[in-house]
Design a binder for this molecule. Structure first.
Ligand code: ADP
Ligand code: MG
Ligand code: MG
Length: 336
C-alpha cells in the first residue's frame, strides 16, 4: 500500500542539497526507508561516526507562513526552529543545523532502526491492548507537551512517528507545525487528508487542538485494527464509525470519543491522558520486539550493530567499526 502524502510534501532534492558546511561535518548515505523520501537521508558525523538522519529542506518550498526569526535575526523555517527548541523524550532531537544557498540541512538523532509506524503497521504487529496503550500514550505525551506550549503539529499520522525495539516512540516531521493562540482561527489545512477532521474538510475554520485530536484518533484506530476507518472524504464527513473487531469497553469508548464528528464534544489531550485506557498498567519488559513484529536482526538489535549508547540524551547511535556501513552502501534494505 502507498503512503498518503502531506500537502506540504517537499519535491525532489538535487545534488546541491549536501553542499556547504554540512558536507564538511557529515558523510551522507543512502535514502531512508524504501526510498520514497529524496530529502531524508542517513548520514554520519565525520568526527566520531555518529550515525544520524539528515533532512534537506528546500528554501523555496517553505511557505510564507512557515518562516520565523531566530533570536540572532536569522530567518529559519519554523520546522527547524521548533525542533531546535523542543525538548521531550517523545519528540525527535536535532543535533545540528546548516544551510547553503538553496537548502537547510537538519541533522536529527537516529532513533532505533529508523522504523516509522507506517512500516510497523504494514508488518501487521501482534499488539495487545496494554502494549497498544503504551505506544499510543507516548504520542499523547508528546502532543500534550506541544499543546501546553501552544504548538500544533498538524500532521500526526503513523509515518510521522518512529519506534525503536523497546517500543519507545518519537514524533518527527514538524513541517506543518505552527504556533496557535486563543483568538486566532486557521482556515488552511496543511496535513494529510486521510487524517483530517470532518469539520475542517467541510471547510470550517479551526482552532487546532480538536483537529489534532481527530488525527490522533485516526492513528489509534489504524494501530488497533491495521486498517483505515474511512474510505474517502465523504466517508470522513458523513460515514458512521465502525469498529471491525471487538475491543475492550474502554478502548471502544475512547476511539468513539476521539473520532467524534462534533469537535465540541471531541476528547481533548488532557481528557485523553486521564482516560483509564491510557492509564492502564503495562508490564513493558514482558514484550519482545521481534515477537510482536517481524523484523531482521538489525531492527531487532540495533545496539549490537552500532556501538555507543542508543538512548542516552547527548549521544545517538555510533557507527561501529564493524560492517554495517559497508553493508549499507551495498544493500540499503538490509540496514535501513
Ligand atoms: P516529510 O516532511 O517529507 O514527510 P519526514 O520528516 O516525515 O519528511 O521524514 C520522512 C520519513 O523519513 C519519515 O516518515 C521516517 O520514515 C523517516 N525519518 C525522518 N526522520 C527520521 C529520524 N530522525 N529517524 C528515523 N527515521 C526518520
Ligand atoms: Mg512526514
Ligand atoms: Mg512533512
Amino acid at each position: 500500500s502507498s503512503r498518503p502524502q502531506s500537502m506540504s510534501l517537499m519535491s525532489q532534492c538535487g545534488e546541491e542539497q549536501i553542499a556547504g558546511e554540512y558536507n564538511k561535518h557529515y558523510v551522507t548515505l543512502k535514502q531512508i526507508g524504501k526510498g520514497a523520501y529524496g530529502c531524508v537521508k542517513m548520514a554520519y558525523r565525520r568526527s566520531d561516526r555518529l550515525l544520524a538522519v539528515a533532512k534537506f529542506i528546500l528554501k523555496e518550498k517553505v511557505g510564507a507562513a512557515f518562516w520565523t526569526e531566530a533570536p540572532d535575526g536569522r530567518r529559519l523555517p519554523l520546522e527547524l526552529s521548533l525542533l531546535m527548541t523542543l525538548e521531550h523524550p517523545n519528540i525527535v532531537r536535532v543535533i545540528d543545523v546548516f544551510e547553503n544557498e538553496k537548502y537547510f540541512q537538519m541533522v536529527m538523532e537516529k532513533h532505533g532502526a529508523g522504523m516509522d509506524l507506517f512500516e510497523f503497521i504494514e508488518r501487521r504487529p501482534r499488539l495487545d491492548e496494554p502494549l497498544l496503550s503504551y505506544i499510543f500514550r507516548q504520542i499523547g505525551q508528546a502532543v500534550e507537551y506541544l499543546h501546553c506550549h501552544n504548538i500544533l503539529h498538524r500532521d500526526i499520522k503513523d509515518e510521522n512517528v518512529i519506534i525503536d525495539n523497546k517500543f519507545h516512540v518519537k514524533l518527527i516531521d514538524f513541517g506543518s507545525a505552527t504556533y496557535m493562540s486563543k483568538d486566532t482561527l486557521f482556515s488552511t489545512f496543511y496535513g494529510t487528508t486521510e487524517y483530517c477532521s470532518p469539520e475542517v474538510l467541510a471547510g470550517n475554520k479551526y482552532a487546532g487542538p480538536e483537529l489534532e485530536m481527530w488525527s490522533m484518533g485516526i492513528t489509534l484506530y489504524v494501530l488497533t485494527f491495521l486498517v483505515n476507518p474511512f474510505s474517502d472524504i465523504e466517508d470522513i464527513i458523513q460515514g458512521p464509525l465502525t469498529l471491525p473487531q471487538i475491543v475492550s469497553e474502554d478502548l471502544d469508548q475512547l476511539l468513539r470519543w476521539m473520532l467524534c464528528k462534533d469537535p465540541i464534544h471531541r476528547c481533548s489531550v488532557a481528557q485523553l491522558m486521564a482516560h483509564p485506557w491510557i492509564r492502564q498498567p503495562v508490564a513493558i519488559n514482558n514484550y519482545v520486539f521481534q515477537d510482536i513484529v517481524d523484523c531482521d536482526r538489525h531492527e531487532a538489535n540495533p545496539e549490537m550493530y552500532f556501538s555507543g549508547s542508543l538512548g542516552s540524551p547527548r549521544s545517538g547511535s555510533l557507527v561501529s567499526l564493524a560492517d554495517p556501513l559497508a553493508k549499507e552502501r551495498s544493500n540499503p534494505s538490509e540496514l535501513v
